[in-house]
Design a protein around this ligand. Structure first.
Ligand code: BGC
Length: 462
């Protein structure tokens, strides 16, 4: 965000409204982060209330991710049919019900049901937050604004670590999980006053309303943007999964699916969900491990702020490639810290430092760039559905890593596991270098046009 942008918010131009609606929509990100992070602490105490076998523990832990995959699968279509705003409102209600169910759960099955419901809302939020913001934002600041959502994911995770810490003494896991109801209510109330996405309105024949939203949210002339939206809507033929499989869309699908899987199999959530466990194994005590984890959460937020400041200036590709390069280096180092003998008392400190650097590099590259690109590279007609598909892949890969990480470290060893993430990161680097387009400063419609031209066709019908 440039200083001119900040000045314009303070003066209260059209941008001000954009910032407000983006910030509210970014509460989707906060809920996504909070609800994924909170369980790590709550888990320690749920066991005191209910005796759970390891299998049941696994089900409680992964219930939200399975729910999120389902929510993402459903959410894409719902975003296209219901509209972005209504899906956000529905999601807020589901978040509320999920958190409440978990907080009052009298039995384990009810707790699992709460995790699943909450997961569905996380799945909705992971799609509709970036989608709504990218469609309401002007191209010049679209990257920064859409990445606000990712920033709030990291803030949500950090807040959850603090809330865990606050309720830890009392072992109050029901309060930890129930706290999620608060941002859900704020999101619902705040969004009621916000407009629907102008692009979605236009596509659904509500051109006058779309124009009114653009007028309210743009400072200059809206004719060009309106003409571009009109042209794109006129060119499109159909919606649904069949359209997604058309040859001209394949490159965008490959980019989205590739980044979705690479974002997870390079190991971020092994750190986000298991950092305390990894750190305890270096000889750190409970409190030190939790505090170091809070530090990792804070670095995640800080590096995301840096990414947001840079993303519309240096572009998506440069951040992505630099970030992944750094992840490779820190994963090699992390493996070495656990592999080489002789670090003695330094092992915990070196491991914490490497984990922090790893998270920082994720947070300037794969973290925000994945969510931003998938809200930019799909044509309007299939945007919701396409984002749904790649987001399902993201949650599926997340589930895989979070379930297998304990097994991998126990059987293959920590160094080998981190190096495996390093190998996947190398593949991610080559993939991104080869396939990921630069979308900085261009309208969503221009990106769509280029995609068509890339494969030498303007045809979209059967
Ligand atoms: C990822 C999450 C991850 C978070 C960490 C997001 O971009 O999708 O899986 O937990 O970043 O900040």
């Amino acid at each position: 965000m440039s200083t001119a942008d900040i000045r314009s918010v303070l003066r209260g131009g059209g941008d001000r409204f954009i910032y407000l609606s983006s910030a509210l929509a970014a509460l989707n990100g906060l809920l996504f982060g909070f609800d994924t992070g909170i369980i790590s602490g709550a888990f320690l105490y749920i066991n005191d209330t209910f005796a759970m076998s390891p299998l049941v523990e696994g089900i409680v832990m992964s219930g939200a991710m399975a729910g999120a995959a389902a929510g993402a699968a459903l959410g894409g279509r719902l975003a296209d049919t219901l509209g972005r705003k209504r899906l956000i409102l529905l999601g807020a209600a589901v978040f509320f019900v999920g958190s409440l169910t978990m907080a009052v759960a009298p039995t384990v099955p009810v707790l699992v049901a709460g995790r699943l419901i909450d997961g569905v809302a996380i799945g909705f939020a992971s799609i509709v937050g970036p989608l709504y913001i990218s469609e309401i934002a002007p191209p010049r600041i679209r990257g920064s604004l859409t990445s606000l959502n990712q920033l709030m994911v990291t803030v949500g995770i950090l807040v959850s670590y603090f809330v865990n810490f606050a309720f830890a003494d009392a072992g109050a896991w029901r309060w930890m999980l129930g706290t999620g109801m608060i941002p859900a209510v704020v999101l619902a109330i705040g969004m009621l006053k916000m407009p629907e996405s102008p692009r979605w309105l236009f596509e659904h024949g509500r051109e006058e309303e779309a124009e009114a939203v653009l007028e309210r949210t743009r400072q200059g002339d809206i004719d060009e943007e309106l003409a571009e939206i009109r042209e794109t809507v006129e060119k499109q033929s159909g919606t649904g999964i069949r359209e997604l499989l058309k040859p001209w869309l394949r490159p965008a699908l490959v980019v989205g699916l590739g980044l979705a899987v690479f974002q997870q199999i390079t190991g971020i959530n092994a750190v986000m969900y298991y950092a305390p466990t990894v750190l305890e194994s270096t000889g750190f005590g409970d409190v030190t491990s939790i505090l170091a984890t809070v530090g990792i959460g804070a670095i995640n937020v800080a590096a995301t702020v840096v990414a947001i400041a840079l993303i519309d200036r240096v572009g998506r590709r440069r951040l992505l490639l630099t970030g992944i390069g750094g992840m490779i280096a820190t994963l090699v180092a992390l493996g070495a810290v656990f592999y080489l003998p002789g670090f003695g008392g330094m092992q915990g400190i070196l491991a914490t430092g490497s984990l922090m650097l790893f998270v920082a590099f994720f947070a300037i590259g794969l973290g925000p760039v994945f969510w931003l690109l998938i809200s930019e590279i799909y044509p309007l007609a299939v945007r919701g559905g396409a984002m749904g598909l790649v987001t399902v892949a993201n949650w599926g890969a997340n589930l895989l890593v979070s379930l297998t990480f304990p097994l991998l470290t126990a059987n293959a060893g920590k160094p080998q596991t981190f190096w495996l993430f390093g190998v996947f990161s190398l593949a991610a680097l080559l993939f991104s270098y080869r396939y990921v387009p630069e979308t900085k400063g261009r309208s969503l419609e221009a990106i769509e046009s280029e995609l068509r031209e890339n494969i030498g066709t303007t045809e979209t019908a059967d």
